[in-house]
Each structure stands twice: as structure tokens, then as C-alpha cells.
Design a protein around this ligand. Structure first.
Ligand code: NAD
Length: 249
């Protein structure tokens, strides 16, 4: 049976790779991003590969936009029963320099965004007696210098995930979190730029700490999400899977 999946922040990076993978798995995919044209780039690639897809512009932290996005997905593709809460931003700063806005923005996108989307899709999942929710956490949930806001949000998503698993399990819905380590994307490139380190040196330094001896790719995360949202993963719920090339950050 073909499922309808929503991938937030699907315009690039991990979200784009995940949207493409779920489409290749046979799902109809709604690619959500801040700007519909960014989402459209991923959607075009999926279309070219023969997939069923729509691009939806929405800010995940805005309740009205989230409600409208989910309604549009349900009307155009059918009831969404797979949700990947992937949209994310960084506002890194040491605590003494972290502004109120740095804190609020990160909480809004990661935590409020995952809350709003999960709440909006759960009714479709409950009606279907089936659902899969995966939220993107991070190894930063274990603590990371300069990321008091982000580490808090990513740890928060783990508690959110475990609670959804407990509340929604009886409706055939699972909730899990994927916690990537170092993945080469625009997000990590922006971090290298911010700290003034050449990208190749930045990658080399990260890789020196990674047991499998390479940087992660968006597809590494997409493959893990693909398993967790599959029919066969129905007895895996409330888990946090670290996708970090080793046991630690
Ligand atoms: P990215 O910056 O390359 O992509 C993030 C996407 O989210 C962008 O397309 C952006 O436009 C979108 N987005 C941002 N705010 C949004 C909003 N309010 N509403 C809708 N869309 C919004 O990031 P990435 O590296 O692909 O990361 C994806 C997820 O994985 C994030 O949650 C991130 O925190 C997490 N993560 C990334 C890494 C890594 O090393 N790259 C590691 C651990 C966790």
C-alpha cells in the first residue's frame, strides 16, 4: 500500500535525501520547506525519477501555516501517515553571548515545529490506525560547546518522541528519533565558516573522531529513517538511533 509522507525541511540536505529515499521506497511525498521554490527543487528531482510528490511552503513554527500545509497534503495526496520532523536551524553561541532570539528561534523551529506537525498529522494517523513519526535529534543532545539552545532542543525531541510512542502506540503509530553525528551538509558548512576553519580541515578533524573513518552523508540518515518508517519497523518505538559512525558524538 502506498503511504503519504511529509518531510519537513526537505528542500536540501538530510531532508532532501530523506524525501528522495521515501519516494524511491514507493511513498507519495510532500516536501515542506520555508519557501515553496526551495522545496520545489527536491520535488522536481523526485518527479524526474518517476515519484509522486508535491512541494509545500510553510514555516514549521507557525501553527496556521502547519495546519494549512497538512490540509493541503491530505487534499492533494491523501491522508499523511508518515511524518519526518527534520526542519532545523542553528544559532550557535557560547551561553554568555547567546541572545534571547538565538534561544527562541532554535526552540521554535525544532521543538514547536515538531509539536505542531505531529499534532496536526496524528488525527490522520489515528483514523488510519497506522502511523510513523521520526524526529531528527542529534549527538549534540549529549551536550556540545556553543549549542546550549540546540542541545536542549535536540534532547527535548528525545523526550517528545518517547512520549508520543507511549500515547500513540495503541493506534498503530510508532515514534522514533534519529540522532546524526557529523553529516556533510549546508548546515555543517555554515558552522565551519562561522568558526573560520577551512571546510576540508573541518571535515578532516571531524573524521579523526569517527570510528568508521568518514563523514556522514545525508543518505546515511535517509536510509535509517527509511527503515523506521517502514511497515516492518512496527515494533520499534520510542527509540533514539544514533547515526554517527560510532557509539559517541
Ligand atoms: P540544512 O540547514 O542543510 O537544511 C535544513 C532545512 O530546514 C533547510 O532546507 C531549511 O530551509 C529548512 N528550515 C529551516 N527552518 C525552517 C522552518 N521554520 N520551516 C520549514 N523549514 C525550515 O540542515 P541539515 O544538515 O540537512 O539538517 C537537517 C536536520 O538534521 C536538522 O534538524 C538538524 O538539526 C539535524 N542534524 C544535522 C546534523 C548535521 O551534521 N548536518 C547532525 C545532527 C542533526
Amino acid at each position: 500500500m502506498s503511504r503519504v509522507a511529509i518531510v519537513t525541511g526537505g528542500g536540501r540536505g538530510i531532508g532532501a535525501a530523506t524525501a528522495k529515499k521515501l519516494a524511491a521506497d514507493g511513498m507519495a511525498v510532500a516536501v515542506v520547506d520555508l519557501d515553496e521554490s526551495t522545496a520545489g527543487e527536491t520535488a522536481d528531482a523526485i518527479k524526474q525519477a518517476g515519484g509522486t510528490v508535491i512541494a509545500v511552503g510553510a514555516d514549521v513554527s507557525d501553527a496556521a501555516q502547519v495546519a494549512a500545509a497538512v490540509e493541503r497534503v491530505a487534499a492533494e495526496l491523501g491522508a499523511p501517515t508518515v511524518l519526518v520532523n527534520n526542519a532545523g536551524v542553528l544559532r550557535d553561541n557560547l551561553l554568555f553571548k547567546m541572545s534571547d532570539d538565538d534561544w527562541e528561534t532554535v526552540m521554535s523551529v525544532h521543538l514547536r515545529g515538531a509539536f505542531l506537525f505531529s499534532r496536526a498529522v496524528q488525527k490522520h494517523m489515528v483514523d488510519a490506525g497506522y502511523g510513523r513519526i521520526v524526529s531528527l535529534s542529534s549527538t549534540s543532545a549529549l551536550g556540545n560547546r556553543g549549542q546550549a539552545n540546540y542541545a536542549t532542543a535536540k534532547a527535548g525531541l528525545q523526550g517528545f518522541t518517547k512520549t508520543l510512542a507511549i500515547e500513540l502506540g495503541r493506534f498503530g503509530i510508532t515514534a522514533n528519533a534519529v540522532a546524526p553525528g557529523f553529516i556533510a551538509t549546508d548546515m555543517t558548512q555554515a558552522t565551519a565558516k562561522r568558526v573560520g576553519v577551512d571546510w576540508d580541515d573541518f571535515v578532516k578533524n571531524a573524521v579523526s573522531q569517527i570510528p568508521v573513518g568518514r563523514a556522514g552523508a545525508p543518505e546515511d540518515v535517509a536510509n535509517t529513517v527509511s527503515f523506521l518508517v517502514s511497515e516492518g519497523a512496527g515494533f520499534v518505538s520510542g527509540q533514539v538511533i544514533y547515526v554517527a559512525g560510532g557509539p559517541r558524538a
